[in-house]
Ligand binder design. Structure first.
Ligand code: IVH
Length: 672
């Protein structure tokens, strides 16, 4: 009997694996879902009657019932790279040109063009044909171990189809097809639960579940498109052959991948897929071109996390139509009046948009946006939504143009617009509660005085009750005052008081940043602190002296000088001191020239070991100049991950490119 059962179990497993393959890889199912479910049911029954028959690769074992406490780490044997982006045909041409130049070849090259799926990258490791491990990309070098989660995805086979090499690491994308996404959200809504904003977030959120049973219930699928580590088999010579091989092994690949010739072939594919984009069953945000010849790929290598042999050609951002219900003016920290369009909520590339900044009054007039107008709203990926244009045909007769108000909508002070400036400002200063509130929020923020627990709501109440007029007043607050605020208990009031107390020991750069001087961001605050060493020295410096600070131009210098010329600001600084706020002096930086004096740098892309501001700071501290755009005068370009057009431009101009490693070496070579 057991022998018979064992044979039947093996047969069922083989049948189920075959059906998975037909369904996910060949996209050509042989049997209806109900029949498939019946096979699973039978196998489950057999296994529960004869638990000794259960094998680790049985389809019943996809879901393991014990949630782990956290994700382990997996160090990638082969780094998981990202892709540089191209946003125009020119960008693609420049990419192809660079490939030609680096390879030293002429004539059209073959590329494989693939859809760029909007999901998350995974790597899946098979040992002797059996699914052994799966990980997310993480930072490219180390990812999270999501093996139990990936195991629940039916599109990912538990066992490769023979002949499988002893070790194969396949790279691909986990994503949620649109139909599944919509169904899942509909059901969540019916249950009154939270819905996912887009398929990408839904896929990421579903995969990164500590309880794999939750992942199992989500409609995830996968496509594979790359190779990581490989042992015991010759790697395919071409990307197109790699895709075929992965398919033969039972790993699903995109049916829409094609080999194309030259830039013309790439762009033709881009247009064709762009036309089909809205009818595809999954969300894509562009296409990826990869050099077909893998030996040539090797020759080209990569710069800072992105291969030189591949590029992502993005689709134009998503757009939608909606109506402007109102245009209001918001008052910011520096008094700037920003017109904001209140829109009838509209869904654009995955999110609902109802407020869009119009930046300044000139922009409103240039686009001629009026209240009541129908407008085109655009949102690309994570980019802030914008009003692209007005639809003139839909303008209603009673559409109302807006003008800059003469009085601040918050405090009623006069609104002033300096000649030649786009921004209009409320002249109320600290008497304007909007400005006060924003200034306090900024002062307390994490990168400034870092007062934990002093959130927007708290500040709003403190300002409304007139308990806090300037940052110095924060240090006079008492426990009973704080405890009276809404949503504030004894305990949190005590915590907040302690946080306020703690913030008294601060640093000069934090203070300078926290004061909210116009155009003085974190990097400038640090540069000023380093240069002058003490607040007194900065306060007594004139505009010309301030301009000697690296990266401080005449406009910023004027703002700084004006700030310290104001009686009110001097009072605030004195009051801060009197209340016990202290910031130790710094060693003023030597005025002598740094190791990089006379060199000009451009920083582009994302660095993994520091922020761009820190990189800029490190360079200016060494006497270098950092500019925004690449020209012939640029000495070096520092290219982080996802570097785009600036990198291309630098390569065109023959400007030397430093990847992150080389950049760090350059900084390190002068001893800090
Ligand atoms: S190739 C060196 N191919 O896009 C190869 N990536 O923006 C690097 N992606 O991290 C990846 N579809 O998550 C590749 N057909 C495709 C892709 C693809 C989507 C994702 C992937 C990658 C990101 C880079």
């Amino acid at each position: 009997m057991t022998e018979e059962a064992a044979a039947r179990a093996a047969e069922l497993r083989a049948q189920i694996a075959q059906h998975d393959y037909r369904y996910y890889v060949l996209d050509d199912p042989l049997i209806p879902d109900a029949e498939y479910d019946r096979l699973m049911l039978e196998l489950r029954a057999l296994e529960s009657a004869h638990p000794e028959l259960i094998t680790p690769d049985s389809p019943t074992q996809r879901v393991s019932g014990t949630p782990g406490g956290s994700f382990g780490e997996i160090v990638h044997k082969v780094a998981m790279l990202s892709l540089d982006n191209a946003f125009s045909e020119e960008d693609v041409q420049a990419f192809d040109r660079r490939v030609h130049e680096r390879l030293g070849v002429t004539g059209d090259l073959d590329y494989v063009a693939e859809p760029k799926l909007d999901g998350l990258a995974v790597t899946v490791i098979y040992r002797d044909g059996l699914l052994a491990q799966a990980a997310t990309r993480g930072d490219g070098l180390t990812g999270e171990d999501v093996t139990p989660n990936v195991r629940t995805i039916r599109a990912v086979p538990q066992r490769l189809r023979p002949p499988a090499p002893p070790l194969l690491e396949a790279r691909g994308e986990i994503f949620m097809p649109l139909a599944g996404f919509e169904r899942m959200n509909r059901e969540a809504r019916e249950r009154g639960e939270k819905v996912f904003v887009n398929p990408r977030n839904a896929a990421a959120g579903s995969l990164r579940q500590l309880d794999a049973r939750i992942t199992a219930s989500r409609p995830l699928t996968a496509f594979f498109y790359g190779l990581g580590a490989l042992e015991g088999a010759a790697p395919p010579a071409r990307q197109s052959e790699l895709l075929e091989w992965l398919r033969r092994l039972g790993l699903p690949t995109s049916r829409d991948a094609r080999t194309v010739r030259g830039v013309a072939g790439c762009l033709g594919y881009y247009r064709e897929l762009g036309e089909r984009r809205s009818s595809l069953p999954y969300q894509i945000d562009g296409v990826v071109y990869k050099l077909d010849d893998r030996a040539d790929q090797e020759r080209l290598g990569f710069v800072s996390r992105a291969p030189r042999w591949a590029i992502a050609h993005k689709f134009a951002p998503d757009e939608a139509l909606t109506v402007v219900r109102d245009i209001e003016f918001q008052v910011g920290r520096t008094g700037a009046l920003t017109p904001v369009a209140r829109l009838a909520p509209v869904f654009v590339s995955g999110v609902t948009v109802s407020n869009v900044t119009l930046h300044n009054i000139d922009e409103v007039h240039r686009k001629d946006v009026r209240v009541g107008d129908t407008v085109v709203v655009r949102r690309a990926g994570d980019v802030i939504p914008e009003v692209v244009s007005v639809v003139p045909d839909r303008r209603r007769e009673d559409a109302r143009p807006v003008q800059l108000p003469e009085r601040c909508p918050v405090c009623g002070s006069r609104v002033l617009r300096v000649e030649g400036e786009a921004v209009a400002r409320c002249t109320g200063g600290f008497t304007c509660s909007a400005q006060r509130q924003e200034a306090l929020r900024h002062f307390a923020s994490r990168r400034a005085l870092d007062i934990e627990g002093l959130g927007e709501r708290m500040i709003e109440q403190l300002v409304e009750r007139d308990q806090v007029k300037s940052p110095a007043d924060l240090y006079a607050l008492t426990l009973p005052q704080l405890a009276q605020l809404e949503r504030m208990g004894e305990k949190s009031a005590a915590n907040l008081l302690a946080a306020i107390e703690k913030s008294k020991q601060t640093t000069l750069p934090r203070l300078l940043y926290g004061l909210g001087i116009r155009d003085v961001g974190e990097a400038t605050a640090l540069a000023l602190a380093r240069h002058f060493g003490s607040l007194e020295r900065l306060m007594s410096a004139d505009e010309r002296t301030i301009q000697q600070v690296p990266d401080v131009g005449p406009v910023v210098a004027a703002h700084i000088a004006a700030f310290f010329a104001s009686e009110e600001h001097l009072r605030v600084i004195k009051a801060l001191r009197d209340k016990g706020v202290t910031w130790p002096d710094l060693e003023p930086a030597p005025r002598s020239t740094g190791s990089l004096t006379g060199r000009t740098f451009v920083i582009t892309g994302t660095l993994s070991s520091m922020t761009r501001e820190q990189a800029q700071e490190a360079l200016t501290a060494r006497g270098a100049k950092v500019t925004a755009s690449v020209s012939k005068k640029t000495s070096y370009i520092v290219a982080g991950g996802e570097a785009g057009s600036k990198l291309a431009r630098a390569e065109e101009l023959g400007v030397p490119v430093l990847d992150e490693q080389q950049f760090l070496e350059l900084l390190g070579s002068d001893g800090g």
